[in-house]
Design a protein around this ligand. Structure first.
Ligand code: SF4
Ligand code: SF4
Length: 261
Protein backbone atom coordinates (compact mmCIF):
# COMPACT_ATOMS: atom_id res chain seq x y z
CA UNK A 1 0.00 0.00 0.00
CA UNK A 2 1.41 3.37 -0.96
CA UNK A 3 1.80 5.69 1.99
CA UNK A 4 1.61 8.76 -0.28
CA UNK A 5 -2.05 7.87 -0.84
CA UNK A 6 -3.04 6.64 2.61
CA UNK A 7 -1.14 9.07 4.87
CA UNK A 8 -3.00 12.11 6.21
CA UNK A 9 -3.38 14.76 3.47
CA UNK A 10 -1.24 17.21 5.48
CA UNK A 11 1.92 15.13 5.01
CA UNK A 12 1.34 13.36 1.69
CA UNK A 13 3.38 15.85 -0.39
CA UNK A 14 6.32 15.78 2.04
CA UNK A 15 6.99 12.04 1.87
CA UNK A 16 10.12 11.02 -0.03
CA UNK A 17 10.47 7.31 -0.88
CA UNK A 18 13.59 5.96 0.83
CA UNK A 19 14.63 3.80 -2.09
CA UNK A 20 18.32 3.79 -1.14
CA UNK A 21 17.36 3.33 2.51
CA UNK A 22 19.91 5.91 3.76
CA UNK A 23 19.35 9.30 5.37
CA UNK A 24 21.16 11.84 7.53
CA UNK A 25 19.54 12.75 10.83
CA UNK A 26 20.05 13.13 14.59
CA UNK A 27 17.85 14.38 17.39
CA UNK A 28 19.40 15.29 20.75
CA UNK A 29 19.16 18.05 23.37
CA UNK A 30 21.66 20.24 21.51
CA UNK A 31 19.61 20.65 18.31
CA UNK A 32 18.10 24.17 18.35
CA UNK A 33 14.59 22.81 17.77
CA UNK A 34 14.76 20.26 20.61
CA UNK A 35 11.20 19.26 21.72
CA UNK A 36 9.67 21.87 19.37
CA UNK A 37 7.95 19.08 17.47
CA UNK A 38 6.25 17.70 20.60
CA UNK A 39 3.25 19.95 20.24
CA UNK A 40 0.02 20.36 18.30
CA UNK A 41 0.23 16.80 16.96
CA UNK A 42 -2.41 14.60 15.42
CA UNK A 43 -0.78 11.53 16.88
CA UNK A 44 -2.69 8.30 16.38
CA UNK A 45 -1.99 5.65 19.01
CA UNK A 46 -1.92 1.96 18.20
CA UNK A 47 -3.13 -0.57 20.78
CA UNK A 48 0.49 -1.53 21.46
CA UNK A 49 1.42 2.14 22.00
CA UNK A 50 -1.27 2.30 24.67
CA UNK A 51 0.05 -0.80 26.42
CA UNK A 52 3.57 0.58 26.50
CA UNK A 53 2.50 4.06 27.62
CA UNK A 54 0.06 2.98 30.34
CA UNK A 55 2.59 0.49 31.72
CA UNK A 56 5.34 3.11 31.68
CA UNK A 57 3.04 5.41 33.64
CA UNK A 58 1.78 2.62 35.94
CA UNK A 59 -1.84 3.26 34.95
CA UNK A 60 -4.76 1.07 33.97
CA UNK A 61 -5.86 1.29 30.33
CA UNK A 62 -9.13 2.91 31.43
CA UNK A 63 -7.38 5.66 33.41
CA UNK A 64 -4.86 6.22 30.63
CA UNK A 65 -7.58 6.58 28.00
CA UNK A 66 -9.54 8.98 30.15
CA UNK A 67 -6.58 11.21 30.91
CA UNK A 68 -4.48 11.11 27.76
CA UNK A 69 -6.55 9.93 24.80
CA UNK A 70 -9.13 11.33 22.47
CA UNK A 71 -11.30 8.76 20.78
CA UNK A 72 -12.80 9.69 17.44
CA UNK A 73 -13.58 8.09 14.07
CA UNK A 74 -10.76 7.96 11.56
CA UNK A 75 -10.80 10.23 8.49
CA UNK A 76 -12.21 7.58 6.13
CA UNK A 77 -13.86 5.26 8.62
CA UNK A 78 -16.34 5.10 11.41
CA UNK A 79 -14.56 2.88 13.93
CA UNK A 80 -13.14 4.69 16.94
CA UNK A 81 -9.43 5.54 16.75
CA UNK A 82 -7.29 6.73 19.65
CA UNK A 83 -5.23 9.91 19.50
CA UNK A 84 -2.89 11.39 22.07
CA UNK A 85 -4.64 14.37 23.65
CA UNK A 86 -2.54 17.52 23.57
CA UNK A 87 -2.51 19.76 26.65
CA UNK A 88 -5.11 22.49 26.84
CA UNK A 89 -2.63 25.36 26.58
CA UNK A 90 -1.79 27.93 23.91
CA UNK A 91 0.92 25.79 22.32
CA UNK A 92 -1.08 22.55 22.59
CA UNK A 93 1.96 20.76 23.94
CA UNK A 94 2.24 17.01 24.32
CA UNK A 95 1.39 16.09 27.93
CA UNK A 96 4.73 14.29 28.23
CA UNK A 97 7.15 16.91 26.98
CA UNK A 98 9.53 18.53 29.45
CA UNK A 99 12.67 20.70 29.06
CA UNK A 100 15.05 17.68 29.27
CA UNK A 101 12.94 15.75 26.73
CA UNK A 102 10.21 13.13 26.68
CA UNK A 103 9.04 12.07 30.17
CA UNK A 104 7.99 8.64 28.89
CA UNK A 105 10.92 8.10 26.54
CA UNK A 106 11.10 4.33 27.17
CA UNK A 107 7.38 4.01 26.44
CA UNK A 108 7.00 6.69 23.77
CA UNK A 109 4.65 5.78 20.94
CA UNK A 110 5.72 4.32 17.61
CA UNK A 111 5.05 7.55 15.68
CA UNK A 112 7.56 9.41 17.91
CA UNK A 113 10.13 6.63 17.62
CA UNK A 114 10.08 6.27 13.87
CA UNK A 115 10.19 9.97 12.87
CA UNK A 116 11.69 11.10 10.45
CA UNK A 117 10.98 7.78 8.77
CA UNK A 118 7.45 6.71 7.82
CA UNK A 119 6.49 3.10 7.17
CA UNK A 120 3.78 1.56 5.03
CA UNK A 121 3.14 -2.15 5.51
CA UNK A 122 0.67 -4.73 4.32
CA UNK A 123 0.29 -8.44 4.69
CA UNK A 124 0.64 -10.16 1.31
CA UNK A 125 -2.80 -11.61 0.42
CA UNK A 126 -1.52 -15.06 -0.58
CA UNK A 127 1.62 -15.88 1.39
CA UNK A 128 1.10 -13.90 4.61
CA UNK A 129 4.50 -12.16 4.46
CA UNK A 130 4.61 -8.53 5.57
CA UNK A 131 5.65 -6.13 2.80
CA UNK A 132 7.17 -2.84 3.91
CA UNK A 133 7.96 0.48 2.25
CA UNK A 134 9.83 3.30 3.93
CA UNK A 135 9.69 7.04 3.35
CA UNK A 136 11.40 10.09 4.75
CA UNK A 137 9.17 12.81 6.17
CA UNK A 138 11.08 16.07 5.89
CA UNK A 139 9.56 18.72 8.16
CA UNK A 140 10.84 22.24 7.51
CA UNK A 141 11.21 23.13 11.17
CA UNK A 142 13.23 20.01 11.96
CA UNK A 143 16.95 20.75 12.21
CA UNK A 144 17.83 17.11 12.75
CA UNK A 145 18.42 16.78 9.00
CA UNK A 146 21.43 19.13 9.27
CA UNK A 147 23.20 16.75 11.65
CA UNK A 148 26.05 14.66 10.19
CA UNK A 149 24.99 11.23 11.49
CA UNK A 150 24.03 8.87 8.67
CA UNK A 151 21.64 5.96 9.07
CA UNK A 152 20.18 3.15 7.08
CA UNK A 153 16.57 2.29 7.78
CA UNK A 154 17.35 -1.08 9.38
CA UNK A 155 19.72 0.46 11.92
CA UNK A 156 17.26 3.26 12.66
CA UNK A 157 14.46 0.76 13.36
CA UNK A 158 16.69 -1.16 15.70
CA UNK A 159 18.13 1.93 17.43
CA UNK A 160 14.64 3.24 18.16
CA UNK A 161 13.45 -0.09 19.61
CA UNK A 162 10.84 -0.44 16.88
CA UNK A 163 11.05 -4.16 16.16
CA UNK A 164 8.59 -5.13 18.90
CA UNK A 165 6.31 -2.25 17.86
CA UNK A 166 6.26 -3.41 14.26
CA UNK A 167 5.58 -6.99 15.30
CA UNK A 168 2.58 -5.90 17.37
CA UNK A 169 1.40 -3.19 14.98
CA UNK A 170 1.37 -5.43 11.87
CA UNK A 171 -1.78 -7.37 12.82
CA UNK A 172 -3.42 -4.10 13.86
CA UNK A 173 -2.66 -2.53 10.47
CA UNK A 174 -4.00 -5.62 8.75
CA UNK A 175 -7.30 -5.19 10.60
CA UNK A 176 -7.81 -1.44 10.17
CA UNK A 177 -6.77 -1.38 6.51
CA UNK A 178 -8.81 -4.46 5.54
CA UNK A 179 -11.47 -3.85 2.86
CA UNK A 180 -14.14 -5.22 5.22
CA UNK A 181 -13.39 -2.28 7.51
CA UNK A 182 -12.46 0.31 4.88
CA UNK A 183 -15.48 -0.27 2.67
CA UNK A 184 -18.01 -0.73 5.45
CA UNK A 185 -20.88 1.74 5.29
CA UNK A 186 -20.93 2.15 9.06
CA UNK A 187 -20.84 0.20 12.30
CA UNK A 188 -23.43 -0.19 15.02
CA UNK A 189 -22.83 1.30 18.44
CA UNK A 190 -22.34 -2.24 19.77
CA UNK A 191 -19.64 -2.95 17.17
CA UNK A 192 -17.89 0.32 17.95
CA UNK A 193 -17.93 -0.48 21.67
CA UNK A 194 -16.61 -3.98 21.02
CA UNK A 195 -13.81 -2.56 18.87
CA UNK A 196 -12.89 0.05 21.51
CA UNK A 197 -12.81 -2.55 24.28
CA UNK A 198 -10.53 -5.01 22.46
CA UNK A 199 -8.28 -2.46 20.79
CA UNK A 200 -7.73 0.07 23.54
CA UNK A 201 -9.20 -0.79 26.93
CA UNK A 202 -7.14 -3.92 27.45
CA UNK A 203 -7.52 -4.19 31.21
CA UNK A 204 -11.30 -4.25 30.81
CA UNK A 205 -10.96 -6.66 27.88
CA UNK A 206 -9.06 -9.01 30.21
CA UNK A 207 -11.98 -8.99 32.68
CA UNK A 208 -14.37 -9.51 29.78
CA UNK A 209 -12.42 -12.57 28.58
CA UNK A 210 -11.72 -14.15 31.95
CA UNK A 211 -14.93 -13.25 33.72
CA UNK A 212 -17.63 -13.46 31.11
CA UNK A 213 -19.00 -15.81 28.47
CA UNK A 214 -15.95 -15.51 26.23
CA UNK A 215 -14.37 -18.74 27.46
CA UNK A 216 -17.68 -20.56 27.21
CA UNK A 217 -17.92 -19.56 23.57
CA UNK A 218 -14.31 -19.91 22.50
CA UNK A 219 -11.93 -22.75 23.20
CA UNK A 220 -8.52 -21.40 24.26
CA UNK A 221 -5.59 -23.56 25.39
CA UNK A 222 -4.89 -23.42 29.15
CA UNK A 223 -1.43 -21.96 28.56
CA UNK A 224 -2.91 -19.10 26.55
CA UNK A 225 -5.44 -18.38 29.31
CA UNK A 226 -2.58 -18.25 31.83
CA UNK A 227 -0.55 -15.99 29.55
CA UNK A 228 -3.38 -13.48 29.10
CA UNK A 229 -4.02 -13.45 32.85
CA UNK A 230 -0.62 -11.86 33.42
CA UNK A 231 0.64 -10.56 30.09
CA UNK A 232 -0.64 -7.60 28.10
CA UNK A 233 1.04 -8.69 24.86
CA UNK A 234 -0.61 -12.14 24.91
CA UNK A 235 -3.91 -10.46 25.67
CA UNK A 236 -3.46 -8.03 22.79
CA UNK A 237 -2.72 -10.91 20.40
CA UNK A 238 -5.99 -12.49 21.49
CA UNK A 239 -7.77 -9.15 21.03
CA UNK A 240 -6.49 -8.95 17.46
CA UNK A 241 -7.73 -12.48 16.77
CA UNK A 242 -11.10 -11.60 18.22
CA UNK A 243 -11.31 -8.47 16.05
CA UNK A 244 -10.27 -10.49 12.97
CA UNK A 245 -12.86 -13.15 13.80
CA UNK A 246 -15.62 -10.63 14.37
CA UNK A 247 -14.97 -7.96 11.76
CA UNK A 248 -13.01 -9.78 9.05
CA UNK A 249 -14.79 -13.13 9.50
CA UNK A 250 -11.48 -14.98 9.73
CA UNK A 251 -11.57 -18.45 11.38
CA UNK A 252 -8.87 -17.60 13.90
CA UNK A 253 -10.75 -18.66 17.06
CA UNK A 254 -12.12 -22.09 17.90
CA UNK A 255 -15.83 -21.86 18.63
CA UNK A 256 -17.00 -24.43 21.19
CA UNK A 257 -19.66 -26.75 19.85
CA UNK A 258 -22.09 -25.85 22.61
CA UNK A 259 -21.93 -22.10 22.05
CA UNK A 260 -22.26 -19.56 19.29
CA UNK A 261 -20.55 -16.17 19.16
S1 SF4 B 1 12.13 18.95 15.29
FE1 SF4 B 1 13.42 17.21 14.63
S2 SF4 B 1 15.46 17.52 15.55
FE2 SF4 B 1 14.00 18.93 16.53
S3 SF4 B 1 13.40 17.83 18.36
FE3 SF4 B 1 11.89 17.34 16.80
S4 SF4 B 1 12.64 15.48 15.80
FE4 SF4 B 1 14.32 16.34 17.01
S1 SF4 C 1 5.30 11.26 23.64
FE1 SF4 C 1 7.33 12.08 24.02
S2 SF4 C 1 8.38 12.07 22.05
FE2 SF4 C 1 6.18 11.85 21.64
S3 SF4 C 1 5.41 13.91 21.30
FE3 SF4 C 1 5.17 13.48 23.48
S4 SF4 C 1 7.02 14.24 24.46
FE4 SF4 C 1 7.44 14.10 22.28
Amino acid sequence: MSLEKTAPMTIQDRLEPLSEGRFRFACHPKVPCFTECCRDLRLQLTPYDIIRMKNQLGMTSGDFLEEYAEIRPEEQGTLPMAYLRMANNERKTCPFVSPPGCRIYEGRPSACRIYPVARASRVHPTHDAVQEHYYLLREEHCRGFSEPREWNVRDWISDQGLDSYHEMNNPWMEIVTHPAIRRAQGFTLGQQQMFFLAAYDLDRFRSFVLGGRFLQLFDLPEEEIEAIRVGDESLLRLAFRWLSFTFLKKPVLNVRRTGSP
